[in-house]
Design a protein around this ligand. Structure first.
Ligand code: EPU
Length: 452
């Protein structure tokens, strides 16, 4: 297996504009590989092992590059066969890095915060830099810091960032109750508790499939973790973990994004690798909107069956609800539904910025601070524009637009593909954070796209 350079080949060229000639259906077959919201976390877990880990189905996306560079910086030897998607991670020489070095690498991702638990176990100290990630809300880290404090870590805010130190006797198991089922804080707890002394009980945990797969990985390494049906996770700390061998679960957000693209363009796309059990809620909604799908052994075919699409009332939520990350791509299809659709976003307070561009392209979308269409959420009366009413069908026309964030960016792309005429999409490289080879996939689906 050859060690390769950073996966620039998989990313869109920075500064380039994508010219999209829309108005034709997407059709054909593309594949999805391992989940963006799982793979980097499994890479971090390798830090806890005393022997090398092997991770398969690794996609070529920028978040994977960032974590690979961060692991390299901390002395983990990472060998990546990009074509096969197989990564070997050897943590035999874990070492500390300076805040300046960490800061230089972590800018575009939120994963670096998950290095804390493993590094506190391995080195007794860790450092949290200024975090990146999409601007879709405040995205505080208070749950993470409180969790780490509960394990006994000392948390000190410095001018460079946040420095954490383990107590002399090491981290100790604890009781944690999350005020909201945060994905990241649940992962933080898991990655810290597995080697903390004694038992940790986490209530109010997130139970997304990506978290379950992280538990699979940790169990393979030697951890003892049980999950109850009431969002309680119980972890018995162990003294030593080994490396793992694991195939990452497929990316259900990418699969749903291509499904939404098929629907919005009146197309027919087979997504090889799409996994029905992780997408049940999406598939139900897709069907209610009027989309059709066939579940096959090796993937799911998403298509527009003809006729008009139906409006829906939708609320995003934590698993097993409708994922917030599925919302933005699907909204483009809702602009083509016959009537009023309501979307209430309850996970992030600021995830409707992308509709400005859709309006410019002809969509009729109003956003509201109220909790429209369903029960009040934690953003009620807080002045966040977190509900949208979409009135369709409205023909979309090409426009010059700029990608605001990862999922919003993909929805812009879908809108440009569905619209009559030519669009120019700027800031397209953001999409490489989470969509592997999206340009070659677009071309495979007969999209008329080119960099200009
Ligand atoms: N929150 C806090 N304090 C915290 C942590 C979270 O208030 O310390 C709040 C957030 O502000 C947000 C809510 O809790 O309102 C949920 O955040 P969560 O911690 O669950 O999100 P995350 O771990 O930062 C991951 C994914 C997101 C995905 C969410 C929800 C990764 C790298 N990111 O974020 O993915 O939307 O879970 O499923 O796993 C994306 O892929 O485009 C993306 C944004």
């Amino acid at each position: 297996m050859q060690k390769t350079d950073t996966a620039l080949s998989s990313t869109a060229p920075s500064g380039k504009v994508l010219r999209v000639e829309g108005g034709s259906p997407l059709y054909g077959t593309i594949s999805v590989r391992g989940a963006k919201n799982f793979v980097p976390k499994a890479m971090v877990a390798s830090l806890l092992g005393h022997s090398p880990s092997q991770l398969r189905n690794v996609p070529l996306i920028r978040d994977v590059d960032v974590v690979r560079d961060m692991l390299n910086l901390h002395g983990v030897d990472v060998i990546f066969d990009e074509e096969e998607g197989v990564m070997i991670l050897d943590p035999s020489h874990v070492d500390a890095a300076t805040p300046t070095e960490i800061d230089a690498l972590s800018g575009s991702s939120r994963i670096p915060i998950l290095f804390c638990g493993p590094l506190l176990h391995r080195l007794g100290e860790a450092f949290i830099p200024e975090l990146g990630g999409c601007v879709i809300g405040d995205r505080p880290i208070d749950f993470h810091l409180e969790t780490l404090r509960r394990f006994g870590a000392e948390v000190e805010k410095t001018s460079e960032g946040i420095r954490l130190t383990a107590p002399a006797g090491g981290l100790k198991g604890t009781q944690i109750n999350l005020p909201y089922p945060s994905v990241g804080a649940t992962e933080q707890t898991l990655l810290t508790a597995v080697m903390a002394q004694g038992i940790t009980t986490l209530t109010g945990a997130a139970i997304e499939p990506e978290i379950m797969d992280l538990i699979n990985v940790l169990q393979k390494m030697g951890a003892i973790i049980s999950v109850d049906t009431d969002r309680t996770i119980r972890i018995e700390g162990v003294e030593r973990l080994e490396g793992y061998s694991h195939t990452a679960l497929p990316d259900r957000i990418e699969a749903a994004s291509w499904g939404s693209a098929a629907l919005a363009t009146r197309g027919d796309v087979f997504v090889r690798g799409a996994h029905q059990p992780d997408m049940i809620t999406f598939l139900n909604t897709f069907r209610k909107v009027g989309g059709a799908f066939d579940v096959e052994e090796d993937g799911i075919r998403f298509y527009h069956p003809g006729g008009s699409l139906k409006p829906i009332v939708l609320e995003t939520n934590v698993h097993p609800g409708f994922m917030t990350d599925w919302q933005q791509p699907l909204v483009v299809a809702l602009t083509q539904a016959d009537g009023l659709s309501i979307v209430h976003e309850t996970v992030y307070e600021n995830r409707f910025g992308f509709v400005t561009a859709l309006r410019k392209m002809g969509a009729n979308i109003q956003v509201y601070t109220e909790c429209v269409g369903s029960a009040p959420c934690r953003f009620q009366a807080k002045n966040f524009h977190h509900s949208a009413v979409i009135s369709g069908p409205t023909p979309l026309h090409g426009a010059d637009i700029t990608v605001p964030d990862l999922r919003g960016g993909f929805s812009h792309l879908i809108a440009a593909l569905a619209a009559e005429g030519v669009s120019h999409v700027s800031g397209i490289d953001v999409i490489s954070r989470g969509y592997e080879h999206f340009m070659s996939k677009l071309l495979k689906l007969h999209a008329k796209v080119e960099y200009v």
